[in-house]
Design a protein around this ligand. Structure first.
Ligand SMILES: Cc1cc2nc3c(=O)[nH]c(=O)nc-3n(C[C@H](O)[C@H](O)[C@H](O)COP(=O)(O)OP(=O)(O)OC[C@H]3O[C@@H](n4cnc5c(N)ncnc54)[C@H](O)[C@@H]3O)c2cc1C
Length: 415
């Protein structure tokens, strides 16, 4: 019998994991991307598997702090004036998502994905003999203000209810864990079970090589429209029509217009995140470090030190703003004195996180065209959740869900 064909639209980390998972289930898979694999948001993320981030982005606390964060030139939130009229409908939905009942159901949906995230990555990487790409690093969330000791304690107690283990550390113990951190760090939460990857772009390359070695085909073309019919689905590109039995849209922040071509209107936004990558061998970190007050993250990668942060609601078209990189330089140099060296080499990058107002991804089938499926919208957690999202969407394709995850919160028609 002929193997069924599947097209995966988008070769970011979610599409790459989905392509490999579909191959494991016996499908003949074609990956289609407008660019080379792994050059979207998956290229430059922090490489940290942030399984402790179980709260949706929209909560009463976030809304209360939004205005001061936006007003602060070094703050983590940016809303370019030119984009405000475009973002208002999304912001209204985002504000509604802060209702207590919505936060509670969002948290439980995120928690079930995050809890399954690392085991899914282990299965994916073991299957392609790349288990060493996952590093059991631990993670430190740090505070500079001693008066925020109680805040850290409460945060640890809150997370422990959800099975996330952390330990309050300071003084000698903190200095032993991370000797390079500035002395003005007062205390931290240490998450001993946390993991990172060696390098997110390198990981995409390894996933892609395994996909090709297993007979996968790659087509570098932009998909303009999805055309379902009685036999399957056709991808319309500027030069070709490519026919398949099934297709899965994994186009990250660009998925919205593709869904419009099949009658689905979803409030997907591009949440722009900024990144600096330092080639600074003299500055060594043992763990990814997050700053609870400055709201940014620094991660040691195999060959560099990466600093990421900023949530900029600015869509897909605006160029990056220089002042956002300046904010990241400002923050990381306060925590790591070694980065003040004027001769250290550094590159700057901005990427688009795919974010829905309720902070949940879409992992589902089209309600009227079952040959079309979706896996996108993993916001700040797309690397974390890539392997588990792939397992879940392919289980929708095969009709067999071996995971205990309830897919209902991730439906495409929930808006
Ligand atoms: C600065 C920053 C730091 C981050 N840090 C972390 C982190 O530490 N941990 C974590 O879990 N997450 C992190 N994230 C989020 C994470 O990077 C994203 O959620 C994730 O990469 C999304 O993956 P994706 O495959 O869905 O999308 P992408 O990687 O953006 O891939 C989408 C692909 O679709 C292709 N495409 C789009 N439209 C079309 C079309 N019409 N036709 C063909 N191809 C198309 C694009 O070219 C692209 O290759 C971070 C994000 C940013 C920006």
């Amino acid at each position: 019998m002929r193997a069924k064909t599947v097209a995966i639209v988008g070769a970011g980390v979610v599409g790459l994991c989905t392509a490999l998972e579909a191959q494991r289930k016996g499908y003949k898979v074609t990956l289609v991307d407008k660019g080379a694999p792994g050059l979207g948001a998956s290229f430059g993320n922090a490489g940290y598997l942030a399984t402790e981030l179980i709260d949706p982005l929209s909560t009463p606390k976030t809304l209360r702090s939004a205005l001061p964060m936006w007003a602060n030139p070094y703050g983590p939130l940016s809303l370019p004036l030119a984009y405000i009229p475009r973002i208002i409908p999304w912001l209204m939905r985002f504000i509604r998502a802060a209702r207590p009942a919505a936060v509670e159901s969002g948290r439980s949906a995120l928690q079930q994905l995050n809890q399954a995230a690392v085991p899914a990555w282990k299965r994916c990487l073991a299957d392609i003999q790349a288990g060493e790409q996952l590093v059991h690093s631990g993670y430190l969330l740090v505070w500079e203000s001693p008066e925020k000791l109680e805040e850290a304690r409460q945060h640890a107690a809150y997370l422990s209810q959800w099975g996330v283990r952390s330990e309050l550390v300071d003084g000698e113990r903190l200095a032993q864990l991370e000797p390079e951190l500035a002395e003005n760090i007062s205390h931290a939460l240490f998450f001993p079970e946390a993991c990172r990857v060696r390098d997110p772009y390198q990981l995409c390359g390894i996933l892609f090589s395994a996909f090709q070695a297993r007979g996968g085909t790659f087509v570098q073309q932009a998909v303009d429209a999805l055309l379902p019919d009685t036999k399957g689905i056709t991808l319309q590109t500027s030069t070709a029509r490519l026919a398949f039995d099934y297709a899965v849209v994994c186009a990250g922040a660009w998925s919205k217009s593709l869904l419009e071509s099949v009658g689905l209107h979803i409030p997907l936004e591009a949440e722009r995140g900024y990144q600096l990558t330092f080639n600074a061998p003299h500055v060594t970190l043992n763990h990814p470090i997050g700053s609870a007050e400055r709201r940014f993250v620094m991660t040691p990668l195999d060959s560099s030190l990466r600093v990421v942060g900023i949530t900029e609601l600015g869509g897909l078209k605006l160029k990056p703003f220089k002042r956002r990189f300046a904010a990241l330089y400002h923050h990381c140099r306060k925590l790591l004195g070694g980065l003040n060296d004027p001769f250290v080499q550094v590159s700057e990058w901005m990427g688009h996180r795919p974010t829905l107002p309720d902070s949940l991804p879409v992992i589902d089938r089209h309600p009227r065209h079952p040959q079309l499926l979706f896996a996108f919208g993993n916001q700040h957690l797309g690397l974390t959740q890539a392997a588990v999202s792939a397992e879940l969407v392919v289980s929708r394709l095969t009709g067999k869900n071996p995971t205990a995850i309830d897919a209902a919160p991730f439906s495409v028609d929930r808006f």
